[in-house]
Write a protein that binds this ligand. Sequence first.
Ligand SMILES: Cc1ncc(COP(=O)(O)O)c(C=O)c1O
Length: 366
Amino acid sequence: MIIPFFSFDYYDKIRKEVLDSISRVFDSKQYVLGENILKFEKKYSQLNKIKNAIGVSSGLDALIICLRALKIGKDDEVIVASNAYIACWLAISNVGAKIIPVEPNEKTFNIDASKIEKKITKKTKAIMPVHLYGQPCQMDEIMKIANKNNLYVIEDNAQAHLSKFNNQYTGTFGNINATSFYPTKNLGAMGEAGCVTTNDVYLGEFSKAYRNYGYTKKYECKIIGRNFRIDEIQASILNVKIKYLKKLNQERIFLAKIYDENLNSVLNIKIPYKDPNCVHVYHLYVIRTNRRDELKKYLYDNGIETSIHYPIPPHLQLAYKYLGYKKGDFPIAEEISETSLSLPLYPGLKKKDILFICKKILNFFN
Ligand SMILES: Cc1ncc(COP(=O)(O)O)c(C=O)c1O
């Protein structure tokens, strides 16, 4: 028996609905920025209780739009977690701004709000909190710091669709926020897609124009934009899948609880921290252990696939060599990358599979 790290098998349950929606796009002969995207933007903004959702080509492109909309570029600084997903760092670099890494909180994996203020300078324009693995950042503290210091907030909600901090959905706190619908996300398309969310009318209008060459009307170009459009097939699939998001998140939470209950007492493992003020939607179930590589191999030998998110922290990536960082500069981010192990968790995974994985983990440590 092999338990894969991730599986799309649950798609079989919505096969007909998805294929029907794709077939309607085929017949409509409108393949980009049509009715399906308008429908999705409305549904997504209503579901998240935010005024504007703007569908775009990917999560990275959504982050770039957020930065562009806030006129962040050369000579500006953006604060982001040292262990953030690489796309956050890439977005900041892509607009020519300077990345200011802040170490994460060891328990939550998210940016440590208590370390942000020390990094603020006259050039700081924004804080980019990333709700890693589905766990919300400390949004009350982050918003307080941003308001006090006149900074923008751009949330990266790619891994946290419908997670909540203090009863408010993540992706609705910032001035403008980004998310990804990469296929494996809690809400995933079947190709590339992403979204920008904002309550601000101007930022919403800017994003809409920017994704489509800068057009405000057909062939009327007001700003220098990009082609960050989303296609109708992806939007039609998202219209089907969004109906199941809450249910599928509940399934993830249920599965995570089984892991928690069975791994809680294993001394050599840290299970994911669950903040009582938050709803964690478990995009990933990430444990930490000093014997990570040995455990990974042992599980693999026992038919269990696992993954590592992420094996190289951004400051040690070759692309960022020019920044001059070295090993030891961000010890918490480095420790997380050396000790984290993501266990299988996805809709359709069976309770008995999780119990089997937990049994093998217990055997390993005993
Ligand atoms: C936290 C985070 N930010 C941004 C992205 C980028 O999204 P995309 O792959 O759609 O460009 C991802 C996707 O993996 C992500 O997990």
